[in-house]
Design a protein around this ligand. Sequence first.
Ligand code: NAD
Length: 479
Amino acid sequence: MDRHSGSVFIEGAWVPARSPDRYEIISASSEERIGVAPLCSSDDVDAAVAAARRAFDDPSGWANWEPERRAVVLERFAETMDERGPEIGRLVTAQNGMPISLSSASEAVTPGTLLRYYAGLLRNTPVEAERPSASGGTTVVRRAPIGVVAAIVPWNFPQTLTFYKLAPALAAGDTVVVKPAPETTLDAFLVAEAAAAAGIPPGVLNVVSGGPETGAALVRHPEVDKVAFTGSTRAGRAIGEVCGRLLRPVTLELGGKSAAILLDDVDLATQVRRMYACTLVNSGQTCMLGTRVLAPRRRYDEVVDAFAGMVGMLPVGDPFDRSTVLGPLVSERQRDRVEAYIAKGREEARLVAGGSRPKGLDKGWYVEPTVFADVDNDAIIAREEIFGPVLAVIPYEDDDDAVRIANESAYGLGGTVWSADPERARSVATRVRTGTIGVNFYQIDHHSPFGGIKDSGLGRELGPEGLASYQHVQSVYLG
Ligand code: NAD
């Protein structure tokens, strides 16, 4: 799909990139070139930010529209995204190898869902509230749009993670420059087309393509008022340093190494199948997964066998086949990285399932779903985020020990607790130091805040808190 090759979306139009450099988008499953996009320079970033600035500063523009008027356009945007949903799902699958059953259930529908949710919130959340002041008068507390937002997105759930930012930012009245990951650029161009078709005014949404340098130019740009980033802890730390120096608000959704805690009364026969979704989904390329499986010592062998059996039954293969559960990894680089961790795991622990490339798949960056047993929580494969289909099963003695091990991590993003007794599981869950945790399941709830603590990031997306992070609060003291 080269229909915009050479161009980027600025001020409501496809304009030739100033940078002469290009990069190819390579399919994770066929290894074929499926697109080309500009490697945008700081000049391209300047043009996009200037357009967003003009749109934001326009006295009769988006930021100053009545909330109802913005809500109507957001709902139209939801419709134009829904219309493109099937194409978006296929495009995401072609680029990053996400199974089509997953991309059509997440990437194809989440944009519309989030746009409608934030349109509703916009209607129901007054932007001004009066309160009695300490001196006996009145103070008006206003939630004003924050300004020009730089949204930087990774490749693993590219549409979902774009709209975690875009939907609340647009609802708040901000203007946005989106920079997708180079691996998944093509679906971001479809977002721009859908925005134009929906009547999002020129300059309110701009898309520039490129890699880390393009992102860095955006982060440090003097006219950007807020940075919203999802990606690795390493890049997040670098972005956070720049934003700290500039005193620029920033939301960082970073990596994870969460714990899936199986309490000693867990019903393995019925629960283990459900654990796939919170330990391995998208071939382990999902930030909140519980890739440290904490198993009670007295049932350790049983848990290891159950996980080895579960991963052995997962269909691995062509991501366009509806029966496929695990597709390839996103890139050759990512597969190299995951295979290096598997090699490390062979030294540190006992391999009980997977560990190789699946047979019969000659094209595409596949890795078998892999389980290591007898893993120490201090091992590298237990400490570092692998971002591939690799699980570490760690033994524990009692509930306190499980909580201790879960909390002995640099990260704190997701997690689950599994038990026949939901009350007991809930009480263990609240002792785990993490931004989100599920009891006998895990599903991100768009109506509630999502994000991490420690090395997993700063701030929250989604829910009313997600909207608030795109507003600044102003107190007007009435005399
Ligand atoms: P990455 O950090 O390399 O890149 C993410 C995005 O940031 C890309 O668009 C990239 O071009 C850009 N970027 C990279 N360095 C930058 C810099 N210094 N300044 C500005 N932009 C920069 O991550 P990735 O390899 O694309 O994604 C995988 C990582 O993302 C994993 O560690 C995963 O845990 C994390 N992730 C976290 C969440 C979450 O919500 N917490 C969600 C998805 C992925």
